[in-house]
Design a protein around this ligand. Structure first.
Ligand code: PMP
Length: 326
């Protein structure tokens, strides 16, 4: 467990034990609490799976000491994996489509990872194919595959969820979180439902994403600016378990943008668009619990703020809505 009252051996020990902070713009009778994941050393929730997946894979022998990790990723997962790989003396290669954020690629490289760019037109599919091709060419290389690796969900079941339950003495009424791979929500939801099967679970996606189809809801596919959550092809979201989820809530880019500005100006949270979408959804669930429209075992809602707005300043996250780039 992370403790700041003694010197630590490695930056890996600073992963997790993030603060849980009240969101004030919520009904007084049903507080909303947000887990601030930008407190991790790589400034996102993905540091948790970077460390957890690589340590377990080494223990199981799926990865040998000195081996190579190859992941198709454009973002926070690369940074989380790069931190862990560096400290566990593994090599890391990330396959990134060209159009993706230069800041994130620079951070991965600074952490000692090799970046292989694939043509923008080949999309994420092209990056995935190239990652597997590289793994076949190298001795002792693995692709952790965050979208299908159960260790992703397990990382949150073993770390994020117990931290939340400890902070709230087990009194969690609802869990609300954005879904990219869905590892974060699935890990917390599984833990929550084992403690109380009545816990309300809401997934959050951007308008234009297709997660709602998992619950048989109609969705119109479209582009969105909210980053890190949502899907255009539910076949890739292998970790998502519809049975654990009561609703899938779609948040508009405009609502998320207003909320991320409000969270900064009123509450001092420098968080990005996926956190803002989660906040919008969590406040709505809290209001419905307060109004008696949702039955929850406790009067509280927990959500996750996955990363910080600083990583998106170059995309104009704090400019006007029209000037915010996806
Ligand atoms: N927000 C951001 C900024 C992310 O990078 C991610 C991961 N893609 C998420 C939310 C969603 O997390 P998960 O993959 O665990 O669903």
């Amino acid at each position: 467990m992370t403790s700041y009252d003694r010197p630590l051996e490695s930056v890996l020990e600073t992963i997790g034990q993030t603060p849980l902070v009240c969101v004030h713009d919520a009904p007084g009778v049903v507080p909303v609490y947000a887990k601030l994941e930008s407190f991790n050393p790589g400034a996102s929730v993905k540091d948790r799976i970077g460390r957890y997946m690589l340590e377990r894979m080494l223990e199981r022998g799926d990865l040998s000491p000195g081996g190579t990790v190859i992941e198709p990723t454009a973002g926070n997962t690369g940074i989380g994996l790069a931190i862990a790989a560096g400290q566990l003396e593994l090599n890391a290669i990330f396959v990134v489509p060209e159009r993706f954020s230069v800041e994130k690629q620079q951070l991965m490289a600074a952490l000692g990872a090799e970046i292989v760019n694939t043509p923008t037109d080949d999309g994420m599919g092209g990056a995935i194919d190239r990652a597997h091709q590289l793994a076949d060419e190298l001795d002792d290389a693995v692709v952790p595959q965050q979208f299908s690796n159960p260790l992703n969900t397990e990382a949150h079941y073993e770390t994020t969820a117990p931290e939340i339950y400890e902070a709230l003495d087990g009194e969690v009424g609802a869990v609300v979180a954005g879904c990219g791979t869905a590892g974060t929500l699935m890990g917390i939801a599984r833990y929550a439902l084992e403690r109380d099967a009545e816990t309300y679970v809401a997934a959050v996606e951007p308008e234009g994403s297709l997660y709602g189809e998992f619950l048989g809801e109609g969705r119109e596919e479209g582009a969105y600016k909210i980053e890190g959550i949502g899907t255009h092809d539910t076949a890739t979201n292998e970790l998502f378990e519809p049975d654990l989820v009561d609703e899938i809530y779609a948040v508009s880019d405009r609502a998320a943008h207003e909320e991320l500005r409000r969270l900064a100006s009123e509450e001092g949270h420098l968080v990005a668009s996926s956190a803002a979408a989660a906040s919008v959804a969590a406040k709505r669930v809290a209001e419905e619990i307060a109004a008696g429209a949702i039955d929850a075992p406790h009067d509280s809602v927990v959500t996750v703020f996955p990363d910080s707005s600083e990583r998106y300043l170059s995309k104009g996250i704090y400019r006007s809505f029209e000037k915010w780039e996806s």
